[in-house]
Write a protein that binds this ligand. Structure first.
Ligand SMILES: [Zn+2]
Length: 173
């Protein structure tokens, strides 16, 4: 199985608006290929996560790969984690608004409210069900990628159009 850098689906592609299918024994092979493709497709971008629908695979799987960025210099550097059939629950109603971008929506950034602290569970590549608690930036990445599995993008969660700016302006903030 060779991993391939895949084309990224851009906003307007119908696959980004579909509810993705659960990975089951019937789709395990497709899921393994998708996992490898997600990893190599994210490498070489400035992204910190990628969901299967963004590479035209309507499956409930995603990669979370926090690393320090200009905006989040203290973000944890982590090995990318493939999450299959993920779920989450907020650990409190506490939300915070901060900037997000998306490889499927080039050129702009937006301020998005997200839960600060969440409990998650997912199946890993070895087939183990994993439970974790996430806070801050990593929790934000998770919720952003999870939305892609529900046919949502971050623009759907923006509270005010004035919270959307061009990436060129963002990079000079
Ligand atoms: Zn995205």
């Amino acid at each position: 199985m060779t991993a391939q850098v895949r084309e990224i689906a851009l906003l307007g592609e119908p696959v980004l608006r579909k509810i993705a299918s659960l990975v089951t024994v019937d789709t395990t092979k497709q899921a393994m290929q998708t996992a490898n493709d997600l990893l190599v497709s994210l490498e070489g971008t400035n992204g910190v996560g990628l969901a299967a629908p963004q590479i035209f695979e309507s499956l409930r799987m995603m990669v979370v790969a926090s690393k320090p960025t200009k905006r989040y210099p203290t973000a944890p550097q982590m090995e990318p984690i493939i999450m299959i059939n993920p779920n989450f629950t907020p650990l409190s109603n506490d939300m915070e608004k901060d900037w997000e971008g998306c490889l499927s929506i080039p050129g702009i950034r937006g301020k998005v409210p997200r839960y600060r602290s969440i409990g998650i569970d997912f199946t890993d590549l070895a087939g183990q069900r994993i439970e974790m608690e996430l806070t801050g930036f990593v929790a934000r990445i998770f919720q952003h990628e999870y939305d892609h599995l529900e046919g949502l993008v971050y623009l759907d969660r923006i509270e005010n159009n004035q919270d959307i700016i061009s990436e060129a302006v963002f990079l000079n903030l």
